[in-house]
Ligand binder design. Sequence first.
Ligand code: ADP
Length: 875
Amino acid sequence: MAKVTPSRQQYLDIKAEYPDCILFYRMGDFYETFDEDAEIAARELDITLTSRPTSPGNDNSRIPMAGVPHHALENYISRLIERGYHVAVCDQIGDVTGRGPVERAVTRVMTPGTIIEPGLLPEKKPSYLLALVPVGNVETGTWNKAGLAYVDITTGEFAATQLEGPNTGVLVLEELARLNPREIIMPENWTQRGVTLPENIHLSPVANWRFEAGTTEQALLDHFRVKTLDGYGLADLPYGVCAAGAILFYLRETQRNSLAQLTSIRAYSTASFMVLDQFTRRNLELTETIRGRSTRGSLLDVLDRTVTAMGARLLRTWINQPLLELDRLNARLDAVETLTGDAALREDLHTALRSVSDIERLTNRLLIGKAGPRDLLALCESLSIVPDIKALIGAMPALKALTDRLDPCEEVYDHIQRAVTDDPPAVMNAMGTIRPGYAQELDDILHQTRDARDWIANLEEVERQRTGLPKLKVSYNKVFGYYIEVSRAQAENVPDDYIRKQTLVNAERFITPELKEYETLVLNAEEQILEVEKQLFEALCHDLCQSSSRLIQTARAIAHLDAFLSLAEVAVREGYTRPTLTRDDVLVIQDGRHPVVEKLLDSGTRYVPNETHFDPDTRIHIITGPNMSGKSTYIRQVALITLMAQIGSFVPADEATIGLVDRIFARIGAQDEIHAGQSTFMVEMVETARILSGSTGHSLIILDEVGRGTSTYDGLAIARAVIEYIHNNPRLNCRTLFATHYHELTELPAILPHTKNFNVAVAEEGDSIVFLHRVVPGGADRSYGVHVAQLAGMPRPVVERARELLAQLEEDGSDFKLRPADNSKKAKSNGPAQLSLFDPEPHPAVETLKHMAVDELSPLEALTKLYELKRMADS
Ligand code: ADP
């Protein structure tokens, strides 16, 4: 075997410790990757794949290599992390000695859920790492319990819970939808079974023992330096503890610091907030749109007028996690109402908040030892504004709790003020961070330097006088340092203590022992000063960390204020009103609007407000109307108004009384473009089934064109069966809006007393129709499909022909109204005239296929048949 060079061996040893990471290895100005890592890096990052000999000159054996310039590392890493890779960065930590390779070590491991570099993180979104521990039979893949914990290491948020019951899988998916973690860790025996997660979430398998009860509990006890976890409410959540402990282990391996930012952990129950599954979040476009997945056009986009990143993150969390507690909601609404009443105050608060930096993440950087001098200045400046903010809102009773939590942390402010200069370097690699007068030690060195500098500055004059040589010069160069220069002619006259250093054509250069002494002082001074400044800075940061919990508390209070202010600002601008919240199952909305659609309408088009009135006797509203009339918009508007009320926002309505709902379910009938590649109808049915099993009498269900993904009869039958089920099941019978263009369903209220018909009005104008977007009681009597086709710009002959066919159908009395579900098959095979009209004569290939006994064919026969069919199809 070829002998491995010491450098290569060093690389291989380090790589062996990080087999799952792409290792970036510092060599000069580059970070290099080798072997398989290089192949991946070259492919994923579009960088050149080169190679180098395993030993100098040995061109027969080369290894792949791909590198990136050191200053661009972050950018490249972020692309790898986005794609789910883990990355380890190996730096040179020793000095170049010339003997053997420079000492190197991995200084950072990054995975999607554990990055803290500001440049790699979206500032307005939390960045969660989540641990999931299924409890059940891994052999069969069944589980009825799960421990779940999540952490945002950029803010120190750390929480754990436990989910139980036959629906555990669904509950977990709902939590994943709420938190949208960047990375999930799970015991590897479960991941080996194959786990399907929502897209964009990266799964990292972790050794099973990292989740064991004893070790994880001990890890948490040690980390928080406590004797019991009861104080965090974790006593009854043993699996939550397993998940939280596993997170600690994982972070320790990747973060390589003390994790000081994790100062506490919160036990929580999913029962304290509204359940929203991923389909509902998506369909209601809470934080991103269905098409394009952009924030623009989402509810968040309308509500977010925050000015700090902390406020933006909090508002996003609120939207993702509506509350069920009346008192908390009323407290939020009180705060928003107070702020809506005072435009000047809002303006002043906005101005103040604009100067506040991300105290939450700054404090976090302080705690993990990554804060730079300018971070401290930003912190200091932010704190200087807190007293102004307190003064502005101090008199408001609704904001009292918040004012109390706003702590200006004077000692932090004073200390930074005293210690840090006004214009320090960004990182501690140059002097100039610590203010003179702050520490005697530094002042002494500055003083000494000053003396030495003065001495050298005066030297020329002093020596000219001493030697009587008026042209004597004192200069500096990198090779000799400071020296005294005289002309060749005068070189004979220099004093005895001059030591000759260099002879030039016209001049001689000298030094003196005293000069060299001062020189050393001056040259070493910068290095020393930097060293002392570093120590002082570290001590300063350490001292500031003592106030971290108060800083975090202030940060969160500011986030709340910013979020309230945003909701108030939007409420005023958009004309929202305060909803009245109750625990009864009512829902009454006067002149409600869709918060997003009303803003996106072309100028000149007015949004038509609509009323909603659920009373105990009519819980299920069937909304009919032609396509494009506004059914979807209307039912989503009701869901969004309810959700907005339950985050503590004012709502787009003239008046609203909202009985708190425990879940909102929103389903849209099959949409081909969304579920490409799957059976769209199947997806639609799976989603609907989940609603029927997951909702309670206090839920709000909105169903939009459910059943659309199949034939008319099947669709009608399923739609009716779903309505009947909600209506007749005592566990459900909850507030439901069912939008459909099957006007046949309007017959249901005659047999189901809790259902009521509404339709979105249209006005007929000759052959055409005008959408009025007004929801009125009663069912639509026609579908107006042909009219809509005309409005959509279908060629005139097609519209005319459709009209003709429709008239023919109506005349023939082709009746496909509300047949029972079990007749649907028969009905389908008989074929409604409308469908069969477009069915051509069966193709011979199809006929052959129908009669083929597929199971009895050998592979070769099957192939032959396939050719035959292809020929038929082509002929
Ligand atoms: P449907 O679900 O009945 O097919 P949509 O709800 O998708 O119809 O609405 C179609 C379009 O009509 C929307 O994109 C919107 O521009 C407009 N629209 C809907 N409701 C209203 C309204 N209340 N006021 C004004 N325009 C509306």
